[in-house]
Design a protein. Sequence first.
Length: 277
Amino acid sequence: MTREMDVPAGPAKKITDTFLRRFRRCPENIRVPLDEWRCTLWSEALGDDYEELAEDIYPRWKKLRYRNLVLSEANANMLRQLHKEYQLAIVTNGPSNSQWEKIREMKLQQYFDVIVVSGDLKWEKPQPEIFLRACQMLGVEPFECLMIGDKLETDIAGGFQAQLGITVWVPNSDDEGRTAPLNPPPDFTIPDVSELVQILQGGKDKNKAGKNVRAKKTSTSSGATTSATPSTSEGLPNGTTTTSNSRVAPAVASTSAAAAASTASANKTSTAQADED
């Protein structure tokens, strides 16, 4: 904005912060087209002095946003590998049209058997009903599932309330140095979603304070609910569930976790991440 539109650095930062703050308060289901709503947000953030720039800024922001909504090759390969062995699901909070836009841009449908968006339902994480809906759609019991996510208050607490078999927390950059205050805490805490495979293969120890859960081959997911079936009772990824029979149990994950597997997330700019997990 400063370099290409001659907006001074101070006002440019204020405008951007205002836009992002309002963007993250996105209502559950917007009644107008997303492009129209977002352009209006830019107009409001720009104020009277720069309002005429909105129609120019919005397409540039959108292009940059889409450029960042890309899975890294390593994480795409990991999802392909997991999908051969486990059922995978995403459970994500946020407006329906906005969340499905991200899911389509990241081409996540090819990796996940079930995708559940809170904007399409009357529940959202951490309410257990949204996790149980994913389990129902996967055709598995909650205890067969593993939940992997980056938000303690929604992904991990919700997974526990829904009595999913295993919870895996992937702290984001905002949580650096933070410990898990939940009781019980997540079964596993990992620095990167790529360690999910190691958990599923039983090569990672649980958190010392983690709840005493016997894992039956569970599936994985990022910020979503997934199911998978590892061969031991130890180690599953964030928001994933597995069972001993390949491609039988579901995994739950959130788009935050999927975004954690990407080179950059659109709104994280969450995690979630414009608070859309």
